[in-house]
Design a protein around this ligand. Structure first.
Ligand code: ARG
Length: 461
């Protein structure tokens, strides 16, 4: 059996090193189950061409290959041969299993439409997986938000890493959840796009003179319709890039709370403690307790961004139809997507091991004059302009700083707003605008987010 699907016009075998250089098998083996589904649909499309017995033999062989993929035998077999890609490997295995009928599977088909279709099936599967992964993280964050809301835990929120205003820890947790809800929705849009147009039957680039039933293939694979233009279909990687983009964005969403958790786990902050299960030690310093999973998630974002830029670049300037550059796009889409989904899963696992030290976050909530804005707001309510209020409170901050004390009732009284909140708790409970950190508003946001999570979960059971 030749490992190649071509050769009639060649007098000599390819250079082995160049064949190895051009092989994508190591990158695209993960597509094997999707290629089998694609190949089964192609048999359906060939109903006007294949004798029923041949079609039956092909389907039986494809069933065998599917079983071999599941139990690992196919990968072990394929990697001991010099195949150009997983598609050639499956075709070769079908030819081994089905005998003469096996030679008929590739009628009216090119690896070009096969790669495009298989990638879309992969995208649909991984986008659904990504949506579920992101939803799981969001749900976990909202569970934590709910219990933190019950406890009324306070936290100094920062801008520029400087103390800004007191908020509820529940507000921070709910904020972190929003990025994952959006990530899940992004994945959901990719999954829907990946089910619109079926490229199968586009053949190499011009379509086929065989009577292919493209509609039957599209239906069998769960697509809305056959793609419109074969020349476009074989080289279009838009959905594949959108999948990678969705994976990258999910990791970036995870990288932001990761950054905060890394710093919060330091003794200087002491806001959180990670269970042993999510911590690592130093091979030299016996006391160390490092928050590696969150550092690695942060780095996974950087890596995924690089892979995405590379994948997009491989499609830039590629003329219409298929060009071999797109093999690199495929490898990068798969690499980045798998790494992104793994990072998302790692974030969820690590976050489950985070414990907040409420006393510590509350103790720091007023540091850095975080109630200054509340005093200014009270002055504005009493008739001052924003500029006057800002200036007057700023002067009290200077005074308090000189006296080495926080803002307190003396400052409020001196400013003529004795009832203004001067402690973090009063500040938080005084917030009333929609979407604010006021406890009622946080409860509203958690409930709305729960609804969004339920709707997403229902569409990706
Ligand atoms: N290994 C190639 C890929 O994965 C398969 C496409 C080959 N098509 C071609 N015309 N050489 O993209």
């Amino acid at each position: 059996m030749s490992s190649l699907q071509w050769g009639g016009r060649f007098a000599s075998a390819p250079d082995a090193a160049l064949l190895a250089f051009g092989s994508s098998l190591a990158d695209d083996l993960v597509l094997a189950p999707f290629d089998v589904r694609c190949s089964r649909a192609h048999v359906a499309a060939l109903s006007g061409v294949l004798a029923p017995a041949d079609a039956g033999a092909l389907l039986a062989a494809l069933d065998r290959v599917a079983a071999e993929i599941d139990d690992g035998a196919f990968a072990a077999w394929a990697t001991t041969h010099a195949f150009e890609d997983v598609h050639g490997a499956i075709d070769a295995r079908v030819r081994e299993l089905a005998g003469p009928a096996g030679e008929r599977l590739h009628a009216g088909r090119s690896r070009n439409d096969q790669v495009a279709t298989t990638l879309l099936l992969y995208a649909r599967d991984r986008a659904a997986r990504g949506a579920r992964g992101a939803v799981d993280v969001a749900a976990l964050l909202e569970d934590r938000a709910e219990s933190a809301l019950e406890r009324g835990t306070l936290l100094a929120a920062t801008t520029h890493w400087q103390p800004a205003q007191p908020v509820l820890l529940a507000f921070w947790l709910d904020a972190a959840a929003q990025g994952f809800v959006r990530a899940a929705e992004r994945f959901a849009r990719v999954a829907a796009d990946a089910a619109r147009f079926c490229p199968l039957g586009s053949a190499a680039l011009a379509g086929s003179s065989l009577p292919l039933d493209r509609a039957a293939a599209a239906r069998e694979l769960g697509f809305g319709a056959p793609s419109r233009n074969a020349l476009d279909s074989v080289g279009d990687r838009d959905v594949a890039l959108d999948l990678l983009h969705a994976a990258v964005r999910a990791v970036v969403a995870a990288s932001r709370p990761s950054e905060e958790l890394v710093i919060w786990a330091t003794p200087a902050f002491g806001y959180v403690r990670l269970d042993d299960a999510a911590s690592t030690g130093s091979s030299l310093m016996p006391q160390k307790r490092n928050p590696d999973p969150f550092e690695l998630v942060r780095a996974a974002g950087a890596r995924a961004i690089g892979v995405y830029a590379g994948a997009l670049a491989t499609t830039n300037g590629v003329a219409l139809s298929y060009h071999r550059d797109l093999q690199q796009t495929k490898a990068q889409v798969i690499d980045g997507t798998e790494a992104g989904l793994a990072a998302l899963d790692a974030f969820r696992r690590a976050f489950a091991h985070v414990h907040f030290n409420d006393a510590q976050t509350a103790a720091r909530a007023g540091d850095g004059y975080t109630v200054a804005t509340d005093l200014a707001d009270a002055l504005i309510l009493a008739g001052a302009t924003a500029r006057e209020a800002h200036h007057a409170v700023g002067e009290r901050v200077v005074l308090a700083e000189e006296e080495g004390r926080p803002l307190d009732g003396r400052d409020a009284a001196a400013l003529g707003v004795a009832d203004a909140p001067v402690d973090p708790r009063a500040s938080v409970w005084g917030k009333r605008s929609a979407g604010s950190t006021g406890p009622g508003m946080v409860a509203t946001s958690i409930a709305a987010t729960r609804d969004a999570i339920a709707a997403l979960s229902e569409s990706f059971l």
